[in-house]
Design a protein. Structure first.
Length: 563
């Protein structure tokens, strides 16, 4: 077992005050305080908040100009081109905006570049597309905040541009009609953490409100919830509302393509969780872009023919299976290279590349390697003299800041604290690594690289009663910014002999103060060597709730244990 540092959040007086003010279990109040929810008002909004909690879209700088220009285009009969991105966030943003504009009577088309041939974002020469299609207005979704040259060249051709994005800008903003991006220092928007679909939704919200058609707004939250979770956005503020209400909406789906997708995922007529969005639905949509066939995913949501949508979903399933095999091969190659050469002992940021690594999946592999070695990882595909990179980082290390200090090496780069992308000439990779390694060594402490398990506090088995479970259910959806609570239980007895399931999982019964609960250690079969009948352990665990034939079952998902 790899030893991890247990970091247990200390008790705070705000938790006691919350528990008393809201009449909720102290352990739940402690979870809320750990999420920086400190007042009764904030806690009520978090636990019970509805759509009235959505912000006025016009708080975002440029929204009034964007709405006016879009409505002007509709009134004049001008063609609008929606320019999207090839990931889940970008695909669903494109689908949503095209549908909304059509409802408003717009002449609208869309364009999404292919990951493998075009790369990320709006390139300078993409100006030919609106010109060739006769569009007078381009609206970017989930991209465009760095499209300075494209915007200038579009204007020369008489084409206006409205940018909607959530990425960090470059040194200069595009000279567009409006740049809608909540991360801009002067955006004025109270919620900076929106995904691309969230920013697109705010534009749709403003447009439909002005047209008096906002009664249909909740319909869009189904797609917003999928895009928000798939883009690993923080589930706080509006993102939480989007996902919470989107999950409720997914119980009743009318879109033929989305219904086919849910059926393929085994989710038809089932309560859908945020885990289903991130691990079942999102990957199938993403597979199209990752494997260079983005338009399959877009067509799925526009088709009303059940036979066509069935065929599209089958193709997405095939692409996802292909993606999984490719991903596993690259992961194994990269892991072996790291371990054989001891790279994790030499470097605090791991950088590897190969001409044989598929550009579409290196980001997922970087995430898995980041989890395994607990440090930032950037993987590259080498092709035609260019190195295309995708990186993932741990919470303690903002990877985008390291890249910004190396910006002179890149043809392009961008991203967030935890996920980045970049391109540079292959012959500059050696110089890039030589510059990055000392930067990482100076910025990343040894403590940053220790695997930490952050625990919300103690929870006695006896505290998990109906009142606790009812309040616990209000904490969902879980995700970045609102992780599933982890608790610690001391002096737990192992009842009976632990069982190994499917050769890799461990199941045992755990008893504390007379109460017995089933405990499961996923991919933890090696723990059988440290557990014994009658032994005493401390458990770091989350709660798993399920229902069978109307009966609620409580199990423990064991994150770590100390014997």
């Amino acid at each position: 077992m790899n030893a991890a540092l247990w970091v247990v959040s200390p008790p705070r007086p705000e938790a006691d005050a919350l528990a008393e003010a809201l009449s909720i279990p102290p352990a739940i109040a402690r979870v809320l305080v750990n999420r920086k929810i400190l007042t009764p008002e904030a806690a009520r909004a978090f636990l019970h908040g509805g759509l009235e909690g959505l912000h006025d879209p016009y708080l975002m700088k440029g929204m009034d100009k964007a709405v006016d220009r879009v409505l002007q285009a509709i009134d004049r009969g001008e063609k609008i081109l929606v320019f999207g991105d090839y990931d889940v966030d970008g695909v669903l943003s494109t689908v949503m905006l095209v549908k909304a504009l059509r409802i408003l009577g717009a002449k609208v088309e869309y364009f999404i570049p292919e990951r493998l041939t075009d790369g990320y974002g709006i390139k300078d020469d993409h100006v030919r597309i609106p010109v060739e299609r006769g569009a007078a207005l381009v609206i970017s979704v989930d991209c465009g905040v760095k499209a300075v040259e494209f915007t200038a060249r579009a204007r020369e051709h008489g084409v206006d541009v409205v940018v909607t994005d959530h990425h960090r800008p470059g040194d200069v903003l595009p000279d567009a009609v409006a740049v809608l991006d909540p991360v801009l220092a002067d955006s004025g928007y109270p919620d900076r953490g929106l995904a691309g679909v969230g920013v697109t939704f705010k534009l749709i919200q403003a447009l439909l409100q002005k047209a008096g058609k906002d009664a249909g707004l909740p319909h869009y939250m189904k797609l917003v919830s999928i895009g928000t979770v798939a883009d690993v956005a923080e589930l706080k503020g509006e993102n939480r509302l989007f996902v919470k209400h989107g999950l409720e909406g997914l119980r009743n789906v009318t879109n033929t393509g989305l219904r086919s997708l849910l059926e393929a995922c085994g989710l038809a007529n089932r309560k859908i969780s945020e885990g289903d969005l991130g691990f079942r639905i999102g990957p199938r949509i993403n597979a199209a872009g990752r494997m260079g066939m983005t338009d399959l995913a877009v067509r799925l949501f526009f088709s009303e023919d059940p036979a066509e949508t069935f065929g599209l979903v089958q193709k997405l399933d095939e692409l996802n299976a292909q993606r999984q095999k490719t991903e596993e091969r690259i992961f194994t190659e990269a892991r072996e290279r790291i371990e054989d050469r001891g790279l994790d002992r030499k470097y605090k940021c791991l950088v590897l590349g190969s001409p044989d690594w598929h550009r579409g999946v290196i980001g997922i592999v970087a995430s898995k390697l980041k989890d395994r070695f607990n440090r930032p990882v950037v993987l590259f595909n080498y092709e035609n003299g260019k190195a295309h990179g995708s990186g993932r980082s741990i919470p303690e290390v903002p990877l985008i800041e390291l890249l910004e200090e190396c910006r002179d090496f890149f043809s392009s780069y961008g991203g967030h604290k935890l996920a980045v992308g970049c391109t540079l000439p292959t012959d500059r990779m050696g110089a890039f690594k030589a510059a990055l390694n000392p930067l990482a060594a100076g910025r990343i402490s040894d403590d940053n690289l220790k695997r930490k398990i952050r625990i919300d506090g103690p929870l006695d088995f006896g505290e998990v009663d109906d009142r606790f479970l009812e309040t616990f259910s209000l904490l969902v959806p879980f995700g970045v910014g609102n992780p599933k609570p982890l608790f610690v239980a001391e002096d737990v007895e192992v009842v009976g002999e632990p069982q190994v399931l499917q050769g890799k999982h461990l199941k045992f019964l755990a008893r504390q103060n007379g109460r017995v609960l089933e405990a499961l250690g996923w991919d933890k079969a090696d723990w059988r060597h440290v557990l014994r009948r009658g032994g005493r352990v401390s458990l770091a665990f989350s709660l798993m709730l399920s229902e069978y034939l109307g009966e609620r079952k409580i199990s423990l998902s064991i994150e770590d244990l100390k014997a």
